[in-house]
Structure formats: structure tokens, C-alpha cells
Design a protein around this ligand. Sequence first.
Ligand code: NAD
Length: 365
Amino acid sequence: MSYRIAVLRGDGIGPEVTVEALKALAAIRERYGHDFAYEEGLVGGASIDELGVPMTDETLALCQSSDAVLFGAAGGPKWDDASTDFRPEQALFRLRKELNLFANLRPVRSYPMLDEMSPLRPEVVKGADIIFVRELTGGLYFGQPKMRWETPEGRRAVDSEDYSEQEIARVVRVACELARKRRRKVVSVDKFNALISSRLWRQVATEVGAEYPDIDLTHMLADTFAMQLIVRPTQFDVVVTTNMFGDIFTDEAAVLAGSMGMLPSASLSGLPSGRTLGLYEPIHGSAPDIAGQGIANPLASILCCALLLRYSLGLEEEARVVADAVTTVLEEGYRTSDIHSEGTSKVSTQEMGDLVAARIREPRG
Ligand code: NAD
């Protein structure tokens, strides 16, 4: 079968890690005979430098006509000048809006061989395996009114948490569909006791939960959840929450995996049916402090390919082969600098990519 994949490498370590992800896809192509057609577009600072804007209409059109978008990272100090109109991350915001990427999925799992890297005790993180589903296009970051003004008493500002029942229902459905292929547990996180928007969130989540009698959907207050995530992360399977809570909790959860360099994400425009347009990006940024040194961990970007194969191309076996190859390479003791510890073999970005691609081509055993 033939698939179109838009590749947006971006800035900093974005291009370095994306090259290694493409090696993993090339290995899948070799092993299974799929036809992956890649088309490249500029985004972020690279696009500002070349074309004057964070993303052109042509690049947007390229993404809209593709089966999936593989994204590196955007941004860096070079484009941090507050006096300019354009910022690299505007490309990402525009893509989310124009492609209607309303559900942001972040799988967070512990790898037994990396548990010692987590700031939490190994026995706490051991076995943690969670998928966060963050609502991405509504809520506090977009609600109106959003303004600041002067009053006789001083300055004031307001943001609005605004959700329609449709916005809530569609993202909770994504969570329930994901749970069906996992341990069938969904926790919906809100602030029911303080926010009227959270009361609607809880009501709609409960109604959607009733459509899925096979799923155990429960609710948790955001403050309780913040604590439980650190105290006993293994209790969670799928977690669904609002844009702002998701933003905060997914970063908190990142510590479970030991390094930002291990965490992929998917932003979907519909249910995880296997043929949904999605954008796949590591959760880390462009890491300008290590860019160009060949030491960035490419595993988050490679794991993005597993998500891309699963959610946008419907290639479940191939997705598992990529994820298993990553686990195998870690079991064999290979580590990039960010996850290196005594007794393991330190490898470069490129070597790590080559190792994973080799295990995809010729799995062990
Ligand atoms: P960052 O994620 O780029 O880096 C944070 C720290 O983690 C750095 O010390 C970095 O070296 C390390 N790190 C990140 N990814 C790594 C990897 N794969 N391997 C090894 N170490 C890794 O966050 P930041 O420093 O706050 O932001 C840098 C730039 O990236 C900023 O311009 C920011 O706006 C941008 N950014 C972009 C995205 C995106 O494109 N989605 C997300 C976050 C930040």
C-alpha cells in the first residue's frame, strides 16, 4: 500500500532526530514492502529564515493532503527576539488549528532498564504505562474573553475556560476508544468542585462513558490527580483532561520515563481508527544547548513513527515492531548521553538510529 507522509524537520535537534526516525520507517518499508512517499516542508525558524514566515500555505496544504505529518521541533534563541512578528512555534499552533488536531496523545511508560533515571523511586515507577489524552484546541488557552486592561486600582487580566459539549465528548470518546485496546480504564481529570466548565466536563464525560459499558470511566479532581500521579502512577491506564491540565500533567508524567528524549506524542483529528490524519512529534523542544553535537536521543522521534504507523496508517504490527526494536536496543545496553549510566554503552544519535533500524530489519530471536 502507498502512504504519503509530510516531513517537517524544523530547528535545533529536530532535523537530527527526524533523520533517525526516517531510518526506522525505511527499515519498516524494507521489511514489509510498503510504499512510503515523503514530502518535506520547512517549519519554524528554518522557514522564517528561508521564506519569511513560520510556515507557508504550501506547507500547510502539503500536510492537509498527507496521511500523516512527522514533526521534529521548532524554535531556538535565534528567533527569540520579542520585537519580531513571527515566532517559530506559530507553525505548530497553525497546524493544530487548521488540521483540527483536537486530541493530543502522550503515552508515558517506564522502561525497567531506565527506572533508575527517574527522580521517583524505581519501585514507584516500575510498570507505569499511561496514555494521556489532552484536549488541544479549546479550553483556557483559546476561550474568550481573553484580555488585559487598566483600571483605576491597577492592571487586570482575564482568560476564559470555555468548552462546548461537542468538544468534550469527542476527546472523551478518543480516550474510551484507546482504553478498549488497553486495560479498559479511563480517568477523567477536572476541577468539578471549583469550575463550572469542569461541571459540564464531568457531566459530558459521564454521558460518553455510558456509551462504553465495557470501560470503567471514573473521575478525579486535578489536585488529587497531581498527587496520585507521583504516589502511585501504576493505577492509571488512560487519562483524559482539559487543555491546561493536560499541558501540566503530561510534563509532570514525563519524569516517569527518565528523559524527555524518550517520549513521543500524537495529535489526532479524529478517533484513533488507524486512518486518522495526525501530527507526530517528540515532546521535547529543539534543545539548542545540544544541537549539532550528535548526542540528542532520537528514541522519542523513533517512537513517534510507531504511533504514526498505528494511528494514521493502521499498521499495528509494524508499530509494535518499531516499539519492540527500541526496547531491544535498550535491553542490549545502548544509551545516548541523557540516559547513560555506568555499565551501559554510550552511543551517538546516529548510532542509536542505526541500531534501532537494524533490530527492525532483523529482530532478535
Ligand atoms: P527542550 O525540550 O528543547 O530542552 C530541555 C532540556 O532537555 C535541554 O537540556 C535539552 O538538551 C534536553 N533535551 C531535550 N530533548 C532531548 C533529547 N532528545 N535528547 C537529549 N536531551 C534532550 O526545551 P527548552 O530548552 O525549554 O526549549 C528549547 C526551544 O525549543 C525553545 O525555543 C522552545 O520554544 C522550543 N520548544 C519547541 C517545542 C516543539 O517544537 N514542539 C516544544 C518545546 C519547546
